[in-house]
Design a protein around this ligand. Sequence first.
Ligand SMILES: Nc1ncnc2c1ncn2[C@@H]1O[C@H](COP(=O)(O)OP(=O)(O)OP(=O)(O)O)[C@@H](O)[C@H]1O
Ligand SMILES: [Mg+2]
Length: 414
Amino acid sequence: MMADSAGTAGCRWAGVVVPAAARIQLTTDFCRDCGASLTDGAISERSSTGAMTGSLMPAGAERRQLTVMFCDLVGSTALASRLDPEDLREVLGEYHKDVARAVGRFDGFVAKYMGDGVVTYFGYPQAHEDDAERAVRAGFKIVAIPRLVPAAPGGTLRVRVGIATGLVVVGDLVGAGESYERGVVGETPNLAARLQALAEPGDVIIDARTHRLTGGGFDYEQLGELELKGFAAPVAAWRVRGEAVVDSRFEALHPAATLTPLVGREQEIELILRRWEQARKGEGQVVLLIGEPGIGKSRLSVAFQERLIDGACVRLRYFCSPHHQDSALYPTIMQLERAAGFERDDTPEIKFHKLEALLTRTSSPSAEMTLLAEFLQIPAGDLYTPSELDPQRKKEETFEALLRQLTAIARHPS
Ligand SMILES: Nc1ncnc2c1ncn2[C@@H]1O[C@H](COP(=O)(O)OP(=O)(O)OP(=O)(O)O)[C@@H](O)[C@H]1O
Ligand SMILES: [Mg+2]
């Protein structure tokens, strides 16, 4: 088992004491600035020709990859003819606030409000490795917010979202004060706007680069090659159906076929394999892998798992997500949902039966079934009677049920 814990941990269910954790601190022998080896003494001077500055680029302008999201309210023209301008202003104000909140949550930047259209950037001013994913998540939040406006066609206001990623030049376009604007020049904003215009109400449409960057993190529907006004060649586009049920973010973004061969790390793998052998002999072990972002922690854990070829083990994997930091039990919930085989369109009844089938394997009593169904937020309906425990007691009993699951699997790993 690998976990982010150190020191001695006790398991009161199995009576097994886990000895002190092995700590592996991953480091690199290369200079982080220039990439030169620090061990062979050949540290070269950094080239000064890398950045585009001076005469090539106006001051304050920058060439960078950006994900642009374009949101638009559906049917706002019809609404404008039905609503008093003051009421319309209120509706638009609420919508702008929703967009700003969703974009802010994923560290994006609202660049411009254009009536009912909003242009936002992900990757500016602050860049993140997963800006494309952040944009898609923000887009989903925005289309999912219910906007009940009686004067709107059908009584609700819907939003369409288009997202595109590409190289742009970002910088001060014109003006100062009120008209000051951080403009973006390039094809990407136009593409985002065109994709938005093609979206059905409530849909999020993305371009090829956003699709590639978000990897297996979402389920998509391919829309084929689309003819877009102003674009010489047809453009590939996808509709995002929702978040994919993925085990590991690393594996979703790096399919095995695309991984380059593992370099070095033999010693670290040897160490983990030795700990694994000890664990198999009954001396439970915890291995803690720590190191800077991108240094290869996930890759190392995948390489270790590939060496477990004898199959005589059950692998339980719990993954945190930077986008679910407000839910402490998110890794446990997702693990249970994956183990039960929940799918996006499953009804509460199907989910309940899938959970039941999973728990039957470990002969769990029905009180546990109720607790875990509530834990996974399966609506009770006629399926089960919600427990009447007070919240604190319910939490304790849920934790105990989860622990009993773990020890039951560990005792009979088949
Ligand atoms: N020893 C290695 N040999 C070959 N490729 C490697 C090695 N270590 C890491 N990589 C590659 O470097 C990239 C970053 O590695 P990885 O995602 O495992 O880092 P990480 O430490 O888990 O980062 P984070 O803290 O952001 O999760 C991946 O594409 C991975 O395949
Ligand atoms: Mg990682």
